[in-house]
Design a protein around this ligand. Structure first.
Ligand SMILES: [Zn+2]
Ligand SMILES: [Zn+2]
Length: 242
């Protein structure tokens, strides 16, 4: 009997070992598959993030991000140049007329961290582009706010016009906060804008450019003519706005 009992016990132990090995193997397998799944998820997330981090205009990582009214993000430099010629969002076709530039610092940080972690070799180019954007931004700032000074002002049709500062509203610290600007081509129209508005720029920055649309000096104010830039020497294409 004793021998029989011992045999039974041995069998139980063997069964137990085999079972525990099997469970361990199973656990290991499921852990591995979990890891594989997590990794796959990571790859898809990276791909997904990468897609969202790319500017649709320059097809590079969004640098100094700005968002449009419809919520799409582009590089500040790209969007500033793009809206000189177009008034619809490149991604969704929504109107981007008469909008202010809105920076998104959270997106900037996410993209910077993403490049540092995943594409460190891209960092140098990214930082160079960032420095260029900051330089452009400074060029666009009006330093001297004085009544009678000419400035560039972008009207509600996204066309840069020459304006004259007719009134300055200071803040508590006696710094210019808001300005009233008269349009030189139509002195009856004036607009009040915050000094920080992206629709204002130093005189000549945009109005002296030949590669962007301008109003033609026309007598009939109900029919505005915009001269669009042309690549060839052909007569500029004319666009009539009623
Ligand atoms: Zn861009
Ligand atoms: Zn859009």
């Amino acid at each position: 009997m004793e021998g029989e009992e011992l045999k039974q016990q041995e069998l139980q132990v063997k069964k137990y070992i085999r079972k525990s090995r099997y469970t361990k193997k199973k656990e290991r397998k499921s852990k591995l598959s979990q890891e594989v799944q997590a990794h796959k998820q990571k790859i898809s997330e990276i791909r997904h993030l990468e897609k969202d981090f790319i500017c649709a205009i320059c097809l590079q990582y969004i640098c100094c991000s700005t968002s449009t009214k419809c919520g799409h993000a582009f590089c500040e430099t790209c969007l500033t140049e793009y809206e000189l010629l177009f008034d619809k969002c490149l991604v969704c076709d929504a109107s981007i007329k008469n909008q202010e530039i809105r920076s998104c610092f959270l997106l900037d940080n996410l993209i910077q961290e993403f490049i540092e972690r995943n594409h460190p070799s891209e960092l140098q180019n990214f930082n160079k582009r960032k420095a260029e954007c900051i330089q452009q931004r400074q060029k666009k700032q009006i330093q001297d706010w004085q009544i009678g000074t000419k400035i560039d002002i972008r009207d509600s049709n996204n066309i840069w016009c020459v304006g004259i500062i007719s009134r300055i509203q200071p803040n508590k610290n006696n710094q210019a906060q808001n300005v009233v600007v008269c349009y030189v081509n139509n002195l009856n129209i004036q607009e009040e804008l915050p000094c920080a508005s992206s629709r204002l720029a130093p005189f000549g920055l945009y109005t002296s450019r030949k590669d962007i649309p301008h109003y033609n000096n026309c007598q009939n104010s109900s029919e505005l003519v915009i001269l669009l830039p042309t690549i060839s020497d052909n007569v500029p294409q004319k666009l009539f706005i009623q």
